[in-house]
Each structure stands twice: as structure tokens, then as C-alpha cells.
Design a protein around this ligand. Structure first.
Ligand SMILES: Cc1cc2nc3c(=O)[nH]c(=O)nc-3n(C[C@H](O)[C@H](O)[C@H](O)COP(=O)(O)O)c2cc1C
Length: 323
């Protein structure tokens, strides 16, 4: 007998398949290319920006900044949530990184780029971190670049860096993935090598005045971004709440929530506003965020790392903000 879950799964797959049949040209369309000359051939002040929920993208962003500094540049690094967009014109290379969420760039990142002023030919690059393995990472990085190019940035590079996934449903629910988590304990030194290499590559591209062209690939994962994956996933999430007894009032959930869905004064979660990014449960140090998926409790990132006794391998460079 078919369950409601099977029905919903099949409907969304059918919608994805239909979308692929009906609109193949939309997926292939749109090469991302420069619309104006590059503003500069010298990178003196690169800016590395990131959006990050569990720290993977931030770590890579900080390492890019640090590498630019080692290459003799006066680099700035910042979370987009702390950065004043008005000052962006001062920089001569902008690199923006984001995690892949639901095979795409998070809405918050897209909206943030939308509100940028005209970039007037500043070279731009994008990177994503993802937990994959098939995370539509190339297309998600292209999306960021596309939005930056719409703001008159000149594209010079994209890159995707694989990590462990921060998606709680994978480790909370799917035992099949368990082996994968253990064998893929990323980032490692190879990840950091490719981050450093990306910084050098971008510098060279600008010095050569070499803008690049990029295109999204035709993938089923890309199509699945059209059928509202957050909406479908949310149908199975219940009892999203904050436990008043366990909560230590640190405010991490409020700070990380991109849509202000958490009100700690009343211990309320606005589940309609929630975009199911799991920032609250992934960042709560006290295990006070409660969620159930398909009737089973979900654990957050800290709890997962603790249970599996996993530790992140840090790069040799000190990545603190002053360092
Ligand atoms: C809500 C959510 C959705 C995710 N969706 C994807 C995905 O579609 N593809 C993928 O490869 N990884 C996915 N991931 C994993 C993250 O992209 C990956 O772990 C990333 O490195 C996290 O970066 P951060 O620590 O900077 O937030 C998802 C994680 C979360 C929390």
C-alpha cells in the first residue's frame, strides 16, 4: 500500500521529470560571461565574503583570505551578515562563498547579492562548500556567479569544496549514509591545498585580465530545485520547538536563523517562516532545539560530531579574524 510519503515523493519526481522534458532549453541556457571590461589588472585589496551555518564555508573563506595575505595583498574577510554592502566598491576582487542547500544557493545569499550596488567591472568569483557527493555543486556556484555578474561583476572563477554534510536528516535518518560519513572525514589537507590554489588562480586570472565563461549543467538535481524541496521536506518535520528547560539562553539559534523565526523570549519557533536550514539545531550547544522528521528525533551537528567522535582537521594557518 502506498503511504502519503510515497505519493509525495513520486509526485515531486514526476514533476521534476516533466520539468526536464518540457523546459530543457531553460536549463542549458545562459552562459555566464562578462558584460564589461575588467576594472583592474592588479589585486591589492581582495574581499572574501561567506555565508556559513556550521563553519565549513567560513573556514575556507578565512583560508582564502589568509592565502591572499601571504601573496602580499591586503585582504578582508567577512560573513555577509556582518558586511556593509555600501563599501564594496573599494575592493578589486570579490570572492563569495556559500554552502549548497537543497541543491542550490540559499535564498538568503541570493537576496543579499540582489541588494548589492553596481560592481562596475570588479572581478568576481564564487565558491561553494557541499556535503554531496552529488550536490549540484557546480550549478550552485554558477548561481552565485550569475547574480554577481548581473551586478556588473566580471567572472574570473568558481570552485566547489567538498565537506562532510551538515544536513541533519542524512545522519539522523539514513543509516545507509553512516559508512560514507566515516570514510569521508572532510575537510582534509587536500581540501586546504585546493583552497590555497584557488586563491593563486584568481590572482593570476586578474593579472592576465582573463575573464572566464561558465554554464550550468543539465542535471536532475537542478530540476529538483524547481519543485520546492524545502516545502516537501518540511511536510515531514514536526514539533520544531525550543525546550525551555535545556535552553542556556546563549542566543546561537536566534543569531544563526536567517529568517528571524525564533523568539527566545517566548520560546517560540515560527514554523511558517522557517526555511528548514537547521541552523538552530546545528548550532545549539545545549541540545535544546527539538525537531522530529517522519516521527524520529533529529540530532544537530554538534551532537553528531560528539556521538561519532569526529574532529575537524584545521589548516596549518591560524584562521582567527586578526591572524
Ligand atoms: C539544509 C541543508 C541542505 C543541504 N543540502 C545540500 C545539498 O543539496 N547538496 C550538498 O551537497 N550538500 C548539502 N548540504 C550540506 C552542506 O552544503 C555542507 O555541509 C556545507 O559544507 C555546510 O557549510 P557551512 O558549514 O558553511 O554551513 C546541506 C546542508 C543543510 C544544512
Amino acid at each position: 500500500m502506498k503511504t502519503r510519503r510515497d505519493f509525495l515523493k513520486q509526485s515531486s519526481m514526476a514533476a521534476g521529470a516533466f520539468a526536464m522534458q518540457a523546459f530543457p532549453s531553460c536549463i542549458a541556457a545562459g552562459t555566464i560571461r562578462a558584460a564589461m571590461p575588467m576594472k583592474t589588472r592588479h589585486v591589492k585589496k581582495p574581499l572574501v565574503l561567506w555565508y556559513s551555518q556550521t563553519g565549513y564555508t567560513e573556514r575556507n573563506g578565512m583560508l582564502l583570505k589568509k592565502t591572499f595575505e601571504r601573496l602580499g595583498m591586503n585582504a578582508t574577510g567577512s560573513d555577509i551578515r556582518d558586511f556593509d554592502r555600501a563599501g564594496i566598491g573599494e575592493f578589486d576582487l570579490i570572492v563569495l562563498g556559500s554552502p549548497v542547500f537543497y541543491y542550490d544557493t540559499p535564498r538568503y545569499v541570493k537576496d543579499w547579492i540582489q541588494a548589492l550596488p553596481d560592481l562596475k567591472g570588479i572581478p568576481v568569483a564564487a565558491f561553494v562548500t557541499f556535503g554531496g557527493p552529488e550536490g549540484n555543486q557546480h550549478n550552485a556556484a554558477c548561481s552565485i556567479l550569475e547574480d554577481l555578474v548581473e551586478k556588473q561583476g566580471v567572472p574570473v572563477g568558481i570552485q566547489a569544496f567538498m565537506n562532510m554534510s551538515s544536513f541533519p536528516l542524512a545522519w539522523s535518518k539514513d543509516k545507509v549514509h553512516e559508512k560514507t560519513w566515516m570514510s569521508r572525514h572532510l575537510p582534509d589537507e587536500d581540501t586546504y591545498k585546493s583552497v590555497r590554489a584557488f586563491a593563486g588562480y584568481l590572482k593570476d586570472q586578474v593579472e592576465k585580465g582573463q575573464s572566464s565563461e561558465f554554464s550550468k549543467k543539465i542535471t536532475l538535481r537542478e530540476c529538483s530545485t524547481w519543485v520546492a524541496p524545502i516545502f516537501w521536506t518540511k511536510l515531514f518535520v514536526k514539533h520544531h520547538s525550543i525546550d525551555e528547560q535545556s535552553c542556556i539562553r546563549c542566543g546561537a539559534c536566534v543569531e544563526k536563523c536567517p529568517v528571524n523565526a525564533i523568539d527566545l523570549s517566548g520560546f517560540k519557533v515560527d514554523t511558517d517562516a522557517c526555511v528548514l536550514c537547521f541552523a538552530c539545531i546545528n548550532n545549539c550547544p545545549a541540545g535544546a532545539v527539538h525537531m522530529e522528521y517522519n516521527g524520529e528525533n533529529i540530532i544537530g551537528y554538534h551532537e553528531f560530531m560528539k556521538q561519532k567522535q569526529l574532529k575537524i582537521t584545521e589548516p596549518d594557518e591560524r584562521l582567527d579574524k586578526e591572524g
